[in-house]
Write a protein that binds this ligand. Structure first.
Ligand SMILES: NC(=O)c1ccc[n+]([C@@H]2O[C@H](COP(=O)([O-])OP(=O)(O)OC[C@H]3O[C@@H](n4cnc5c(N)ncnc54)[C@H](O)[C@@H]3O)[C@@H](O)[C@H]2O)c1
Length: 368
């Protein structure tokens, strides 16, 4: 299936463009790869191998359908060789160690991957003449969060309590430094043609996420094991979105950077409307309305033993929605419903490439 479905997506723009997606074997990177493959782009990936058969990457057999390249994001020689070969015009940087709890166990690996990895990629991209757009995907956790119902805008102070959050704040600082030092907006069109943005998205849900310590994958594992999922932070509020929402925004942002250059440089918050910011227990109840077999419990001890995670995280997303003239398509109910549909189809043994392409088609052909 190609092109016909793209609807509101700018298929003429993407057709034949050389695109590099780092982290293409992961949850968001796999959905991003499938969207851009379906729109006719020449998609190349760079990431670690993924051996989990339940992941979207393997469920839709992306390794057979795109140029997959395997290596560490800090391996400058390998990454430089790939970039020299494929000469990307557009880069989406998603490769990361993205799990807060793992960042407490492996802080140095988290900083290496998320901070040095970003610097290595941007350094390799300096030699890339054809490069026009770079979108670095960070997180809403990059802000210094006092848990006081803050409503963060892009001008707020960067920080981060845990190693994951602070590594992503560092990735923002590295990106800003490379942009000013090597892709100077004042020299755009003279010494280089590259525009750069960072996107700070919140919690994303969708089919084929197999990460540890994320609530929806934990729920699905419990359903498959016929067990009950323990909610660690039931009252934590998060800005949930279906994965297709931020991805379509990253895609639109990359188009703007490509077409209008450094006018769109900068950092952008990405998230749902405030009414879609639910607690963990609310999102699980909504999931249960689509998958009744889902059982959950709250353990007081489990909550007390947890490492710190910010309880409240809400974003002011006015900038990107105004600048890109963008609005979300799927509210929280659509987000959960489509997530549940994907996992149910997988549990029923359906052809997941078809299911995934159909979901992408439904999303992109819906009016905003
Ligand atoms: N999923 C969310 O809710 C969410 C929310 C906000 C931001 N993000 C960000 O989005 C991006 C993608 O997240 P995801 O949920 O798809 O994560 P994921 O864990 O599913 O995928 C991570 C990807 O990065 C790759 N990777 C990890 N370490 C690497 C290394 N050392 N070298 C090369 N590649 C490496 C993995 O192979 C994989 O392809 C991350 O930057 C994450 O911080 C995710």
């Amino acid at each position: 299936m190609l092109l016909g479905w793209c609807g509101k997506m700018n298929k003429d723009f993407w057709h034949g463009k050389s695109v590099l997606i780092t982290g293409n074997t992961g949850f968001k990177g796999s959905w991003m790869s499938q969207i851009l493959l379906s729109s006719g782009a020449d998609v190349h990936g760079y990431a670690l191998e993924n051996n989990d058969n339940d992941s979207i990457f393997n469920a839709i057999e992306l390794d057979k359908n795109m140029d997959c390249n395997y290596g560490d994001i800090c391996d400058e020689e390998k990454l430089a060789g790939l970039i020299e070969r494929i000469k990307p015009e557009i880069v989406f940087h998603l490769a990361a160690q993205p799990i807060v709890r793992l960042s407490y166990v492996e802080p140095i690996y988290t900083y290496k991957t998320n901070v040095i990895g970003t610097a290595v990629l941007l350094n390799c991209l300096r030699k890339c003449d054809k490069l026009r757009s770079v979108v670095n995907i960070t997180t809403d956790k990059v802000y210094e969060n006092g848990n006081n119902d803050a409503f963060f805008s892009e001008k707020d102070k960067l920080g981060g309590y845990d190693p994951y959050a602070s590594s992503k704040a560092c990735s923002e600082i590295v990106t800003s430094s490379f942009m000013r030092s090597f892709f100077d907006p004042q020299k755009f069109g003279v010494t280089h043609s590259t525009a750069i943005a960072t996107a700070r998205a919140g919690n994303v849900i969708g089919g084929g996420d197999v990460s540890p310590d994320r609530i929806i994958p934990d729920c699905i594992r419990a359903v498959k094991n016929k067990s009950s999922v323990t909610l660690r932070n039931p009252m934590s509020i998060r800005p949930w979105q279906n994965v297709l929402e931020p991805l379509s925004l990253y895609i639109t942002l990359a188009e703007k950077l490509y077409d209008y250059g450094v006018k769109y440089n900068g950092a952008y918050n990405v998230g749902p409307s405030l009414s879609d910011c639910l607690t963990v227990v609310e999102i699980v109840k909504l999931m249960k309305s689509y998958i009744p077999e889902l059982e959950y419990n709250v353990s007081d001890n489990a909550v007390k033993e947890e490492p710190h995670e910010d309880a409240v995280l809400t974003l002011n997303t006015g900038k990107i929605y105004q600048l890109l003239d963008f609005s979300n398509k799927w509210d929280i109910n659509d987000a959960v419903k489509n997530t549940a549909l994907w996992y149910k189809a997988q549990m029923n043994g359906e052809d997941m490439k078809d299911v995934t392409e159909k979901m992408i088609q439904d999303y992109f052909t819906k009016d905003r």
